[in-house]
Design a protein around this ligand. Structure first.
Ligand SMILES: [Zn+2]
Ligand SMILES: [Zn+2]
Length: 466
């Protein structure tokens, strides 16, 4: 116990130190250096020789001027957008919330951290609870609510019990193993305990609550109650609970969707990711500029790549003994690389923005999908596509879709989600002017979730939404 505690403290002390300023900002200077070099090669070694009608120039004067004008327009707008991302703060939680005292029990907040940290918390949790095998129904319930805790410990015994039960054709009990691995995150023990308590006294017994009170081997089961290992079991993490939202590093309760960035050493509003290329976090108030920058950077890279490759390729075909300028090749490689990189960023961020999801939230959704994939694997073989689709359809009828009705910040349509981050005017999607429509503090909770942030089955949604 003592050793584990100590290891946790040490690890955290090391991690909670923010990066030094120069390390955080270094990539900005590298980025500017790359842009400057591209500018020199493109203008000085491609356009100017064309405009001056030098021998060996790769095109006419008119072409050179055309290349130059488009390059400068794309480049200047890109740099303008870049400057906006670099200098617009994502919004810091410390400017908006008061310091407060920690919840009674020390929790475990950075759930997207490495597995090993999760295991340490797991070890702590096990040391204090040490459940018997097989656990009584109460233990099973806690493990459901506590998602990560209990993830690892009974793995072997779980596998034992599952195999015979499947052979016998009846389901003995829900294993507490990988069922929960797919749900979002590690949960502070205190919140788990409270979640447990609140689900107990909630007046109407919910289908998903009944489903995990599993019959022990030999006991009868109502036919309507499906065992949890064969149903969709959404995360029980009460992400709206104050204990869950407490940042132990900063000593306050984070606003919803804010997370602590270890590189910056502070809690960032609607934390998306820490972007080394802009030297700070992408969050509520600069996400829009980030996407605009990515759009222009992609256009800039594509233009540079195409207008260098085209004339060089043409010349190497029509001119005997043509030698390609090595610096042209360098810029072709760089612009090609960054074009691939930015197109991937653009596609993933457009998809996430249309779902009103941050990168962090998207990871949670992905885990849920993976969990569901495993459950489907138990029900149907991989090739039974029709059966798989039918089961998914059934689950969607019962719950709504993962990542849409099942996402706590989903606003009901892709357009509404998009506008919440990018603004409702078309110019706001492309020009780095004005502000972000998102202040990072006020978010509408999907009415398909309960007050603590748990996904409700369709039968419990507000009537008009069912
Ligand atoms: Zn923090
Ligand atoms: Zn950061």
């Amino acid at each position: 116990m003592g050793i584990v505690e100590e290891a946790m403290e040490k690890r955290e002390a090391r991690r909670s130190k923010p990066q030094p300023w120069i390390v955080r900002k270094l990539a900005i200077f590298i980025t500017l250096g790359i842009i400057g070099y591209a500018w020199y090669v493109y203008v000085g070694r491609l356009c100017v020789p064309m405009i001056r009608r030098d021998t060996g120039a790769l095109g006419t004067r008119g072409l050179g001027i055309g290349f130059l004008v488009v390059f400068c327009i794309l480049g200047l707008v890109m740099i303008w957008a870049y400057e906006k991302v670099v200098f617009t703060s994502p919004g810091l939680a410390k400017d908006h919330v008061q310091k407060s005292s920690a919840p009674a029990t020390r929790g475990y907040q950075t759930w997207w951290d490495t597995e090993s940290e999760a295991e340490l918390a797991q070890a702590r949790f096990n040391a204090s609870s040490n459940p018997p095998q097989p656990p009584p129904p109460a233990e099973i319930k806690r493990s459901r609510d506590g998602s990560r805790p209990h993830h690892h410990h009974p793995r072997r015994s779980t596998d034992h019990q599952r195999r015979p039960s499947q052979q016998n054709g009846h389901h003995s009990r829900a294993p507490s193993g990988d069922e929960n691995a797919g749900t979002t995150d590690a949960l502070p023990p205190v919140a788990a305990a409270r979640a447990n308590a609140t689900t107990h006294h909630r007046p109407p017994p919910q289908p998903q609550d009944q489903s995990h009170i599993q019959p022990l081997p030999g006991t009868s089961n109502a036919p309507s109650q499906k065992p949890m290992m064969y149903t969709r079991a959404p995360s029980k993490t009460p992400i709206l609970l104050p204990e869950y939202r407490y940042c132990y590093r900063d000593g306050f309760q984070k606003p919803s969707r804010a997370h602590h960035c270890r590189a910056c050493g502070t809690c960032v509003l609607k934390y998306d990711h820490h972007c080394p290329w802009v030297g700070q976090c992408i969050g509520a108030r600069n996400h829009r500029f980030f996407l605009i920058f990515v759009i222009w950077a992609l256009l800039f890279c594509l233009w540079t790549f195409a207008t260098l490759v085209g004339p060089n390729a043409h010349a190497s075909i029509v001119r005997p003994n043509y030698e390609v300028d090595g610096q042209h090749v360098a810029i072709i490689v760089l612009s090609g690389f960054f074009a691939v990189f930015t197109v991937a960023l653009l596609v993933t961020h457009v998809i996430m923005i249309c779902s009103n999801m941050t990168t962090v939230e998207q990871l949670a959704v992905r885990r849920m999908r993976e969990r569901e994939e495993r459950v489907l694997g138990r029900l149907h073989a991989r090739w039974e596509l029709r059966a798989r689709r039918a089961t998914l359809k059934e689950w969607n009828a019962e719950w709504g879709r993962i990542g849409k009705e099942g996402h706590i910040w989903w606003l009901g349509s892709a357009r509404k989600n998009w506008d919440a981050t990018m603004g409702d005017k078309v110019w706001m999607w492309f020009l780095p002017i004005g502000k972000s429509p998102d202040d990072g503090l006020n978010y509408v909770v999907n009415p398909r979730f309960d007050a603590e942030g748990r996904w409700l089955p369709r039968s419990e949604w507000p009537k008009e939404l069912r």
